[in-house]
Design a protein around this ligand. Structure first.
Ligand SMILES: [Zn+2]
Length: 209
């Protein structure tokens, strides 16, 4: 979408609270020593703000309507996930899926989620003739609730029993299904890379008692 500035006047949009795209905390974003721009024809505000979290101080650009309601921020809001102990290659692929989702590029996000799942199976040497079977085989390597594995059959982006996922399968993935896929992938990442470290932390605490 192109934002056209056909005329403009300087001013100050209302203050707003939002989730910081950098640190993930909520807060009322602070004004900076620059004025905002108001575009009268399209009734939109453009400007910069700073995250109120002193450990973050992250900068965002925003677009708001005439009433000061926030319409968009750059960088876009991204679903949070704990990347502790996740190999860089997998972390970066999943992060790209979340960036695509935050920018409403749902097909690209679905493709990157599928790639994340493929990379997890590759990393854990989980074999099978298709992605669904490879994730099924992950059960022998990780602790994962049975319901979650069963629920995978519902996810179109896994291709179910098809050996190859067709390009148009991704076109059929809606926002809701994509968001379930993201949650599902987060659970798999947790089970594969983080449950063990949680158990280690618990055991080290027991030793101290
Ligand atoms: Zn922040």
């Amino acid at each position: 979408m192109i934002h056209k500035i056909e005329s403009s006047k300087a001013g100050s949009a209302k203050t707003f609270a939002t989730t910081c795209t950098h640190c993930g905390n909520n807060g009322t974003f602070q004004n900076l020593p620059v004025q905002d721009i108001f575009e009268p024809k399209y009734q939109l505000w453009y400007g910069s703000r700073k995250c109120p979290n002193p450990k973050c101080n992250g900068h965002i650009f925003f677009i708001a309507d005439a009433g000061g309601n926030l319409l968009k921020t750059y960088p876009s809001l991204k679903i949070n996930f704990n990347s502790e102990r996740i190999p860089d290659r997998i972390k970066n692929t999943f992060d790209e899926a979340l960036i695509c989702h935050g920018n409403n590029c749902f097909i690209s996000s679905a493709i990157m989620i599928r790639k994340t799942l493929e990379e997890i199976c590759l990393d854990k040497e989980s074999d099978g003739k298709n992605l669904f079977k490879r994730i099924e085989n992950l059960k022998s390597k990780i602790i994962l609730p049975e319901e979650l594995i069963n629920g995978m059959q519902e996810l179109r982006l896994l291709g179910n029993d098809a050996a190859h996922i067709e390009a148009d399968t991704f076109e059929k993935i809606g926002k809701d299904e994509l968001e379930i896929s993201i949650e599902f992938t987060k659970e798999i990442l947790k089970a594969v890379y983080q449950y063990e470290s949680l158990l280690e932390k618990l055991r080290s605490l027991k030793k101290e008692i």
